[in-house]
Design a binder for this molecule. Structure first.
Ligand SMILES: [Zn+2]
Length: 175
């Protein structure tokens, strides 16, 4: 009898854990990490106005600190700084398409670097006077998350260097 109960219990537990984190509606490509993020969409481009407390509740702590409080991941530690996969980079917070891999270039700075955004309105810009410097901050055009900064020392054709934090990027392979 004891054994039977144990088996029933393990089946019930397994079934439960398999259904506690369903993929959000209409986002079949979103990975499981976004299952609890109802704002994540790779197709919806409508601007999001979500409060800090809500993002803090939804996002993993390290993503939240970079995306919502402009923290910077340590150089040479991110997943994509020397990554050369072919595909598209999306905002890890909201799913907005940000960069194509063909605009990525090898940079010695230790962060993934791109010379142009996928669409002009994929990102927006804001003056950043923190840390005694005047820099241009790059924000996600859909959810306003901090992505990194842009500098004027990039390669042709734009001469720009979008210096991004890997942790706020989602890479999806494909051509
Ligand atoms: Zn975003």
């Amino acid at each position: 009898m004891m054994i039977r109960w144990a088996i029933l219990l393990s089946i019930a537990t397994g079934a439960c854990s398999a259904t506690t984190s369903p993929a959000p509606m209409g986002q079949t490509q979103a990975s499981a990490i976004h299952a609890n993020n109802p704002y994540y969409s790779r197709t919806d481009t409508a601007h999001l106005a979500v409060g800090d407390a809500e993002w803090k509740r939804i996002l993993p702590g390290d993503v939240y600190q970079v995306a919502r409080h402009a923290a910077t991941e340590r150089a040479f530690t991110g997943e994509y700084w020397d990554f050369e996969g072919v595909g598209t980079y999306y905002c890890a917070v909201c799913g907005n398409a940000l960069f194509r891999s063909d605009a990525k270039f090898a940079s010695s700075c230790g962060w993934p670097s791109f010379y142009q955004a996928l669409r002009p309105n994929s990102v927006r810009y804001r003056e950043d006077r923190s840390h005694g410097m005047v820099r241009t901050e790059v924000l996600c055009g859909r959810c306003d998350s901090h992505l990194g900064h842009i500098f004027d020392d990039g390669p042709p054709p734009t001469g720009k260097r979008f210096c991004m934090n890997s942790i706020v990027l989602d890479f999806v392979p494909g051509t």
